[in-house]
Design a protein around this ligand. Structure first.
Ligand code: FE2
Ligand code: FE2
Length: 324
């Protein structure tokens, strides 16, 4: 047998072992061999997800000092802090695939990496905190619950904890809107206005329609993704409709109705041009979000330096103790 033939057999065996694990619904772990495409897809998806959590702190962080009571402030602060934690679990999961945290951060702040375009919309009123929790965290849950079963172990496990916290986020948003809807006419209008602005962008969070989503099939074959974009969007709408009724808000889609024959929700046309504009960096807040993140990174340089210096002293002390 020549060396080329041997290498060929090895590669086939590795691929077969990987395929068998996927077929048996087993987890792929960092120690396992995996196809380069699988690794690259996961690095892209998990780092984008981590960036979204971190950038997603900004639209709500904007309201922490202005929340209408101490209780609201404490809840919002806990929520925004959870999002920081989500970012950290996800960066750690991505690091197991061989990319460093520094590289991911560099990709984000110099504009090479994407994050969820939903965070490029502004938050002008307190009701936006309600609409984000209810709609944005609600869409995140629909997207993320199936990811708890993603074939890559560290990703799936990170998602389990994240999903528990997301469901608290969604309820706190719903409760903000419910309180406003039980308030004055001006408060009810403020809540409805926020729902009007966030509803369509939240539907876009599931990504382009299935027939325009070229990478979905491969991600489903690898069992990273379990349901198609359109199926998840349908599930989300099904969750929102009865909740909107309880809140007393109107979902801003006059065409929205249950289509009995098709067995699915009929909706108005989603404005995919807007989606593409925001995704390509021309949304209302893209530049500000990245500028803010870059400033925070620069301002935090001394913390990173201090942590590294501390780690060096600890390591040196450890060595001295071993020598003694
Ligand atoms: Fe989150
Ligand atoms: Fe959240």
């Amino acid at each position: 047998m020549t060396t080329t033939q041997m290498a060929g057999t090895d590669a086939e065996e590795l691929q077969a072992a990987f395929d068998a694990l996927i077929a048996a619904d087993q987890r792929i772990e960092p120690r396992d061999w995996m196809p380069e495409g699988y690794r690259k897809t996961l690095i892209r998806q998990i780092s984008q997800h981590a960036h979204s959590e971190i950038i997603g702190m900004q639209p709500e962080g904007n309201w922490i000092t202005r929340a209408p009571s101490l209780k609201r402030k404490a809840i919002l602060m806990a929520k925004v802090q959870d999002e920081a934690g989500h970012g950290l679990y996800l960066y750690s999961a991505a690091q197991t695939l061989g990319i460093s945290r520094d590289e991911m951060t560099a990709q984000l702040i110099d504009g090479r990496a994407k994050y969820s375009s939903i965070f490029n919309y502004p938050t002008p009123t307190w009701a936006d905190m309600g609409a984000i929790g209810w709609l944005v965290d609600g869409a995140a849950i629909c997207n993320q619950v199936p990811l708890c079963r993603a074939s890559y172990g560290p990703y799936g496990r990170a998602m389990v904890r994240i999903c528990k916290e997301e469901s608290f986020h969604q309820r706190q948003g719903f409760e903000i809107l419910l309180t406003l809807m039980q308030g004055s006419e001006a408060q009810r209008q403020m809540a409805q206005d926020a729902v009007d602005r966030w509803y369509w962008p939240s539907l876009m969070m599931f990504g382009p329609p299935d027939d325009a989503s070229p990478n979905s099939a491969q991600s489903m074959a690898w069992k990273i993704k379990r349901f198609s974009n359109d199926d998840l969007r349908q599930r989300f709408i099904g969750m929102l409709v009865p909740q909107a009724e309880i809140l007393g808000v109107t979902l801003p889609d006059p065409e929205l109705k249950w289509d009995e024959d098709a067995g699915r929700w009929h909706t108005g046309e989603i404005d995919w041009d807007e989606f593409r504009e925001v995704l390509s960096g021309r949304g209302p807040m893209n530049a500000e979000r990245i500028r803010h993140r870059r400033d925070a990174h620069d301002d935090g340089a001394w913390v990173r330096e201090a942590a590294a210096a501390y780690a060096r002293t600890q390591a040196a002390r450890g060595q001295r103790e071993v020598a003694a």
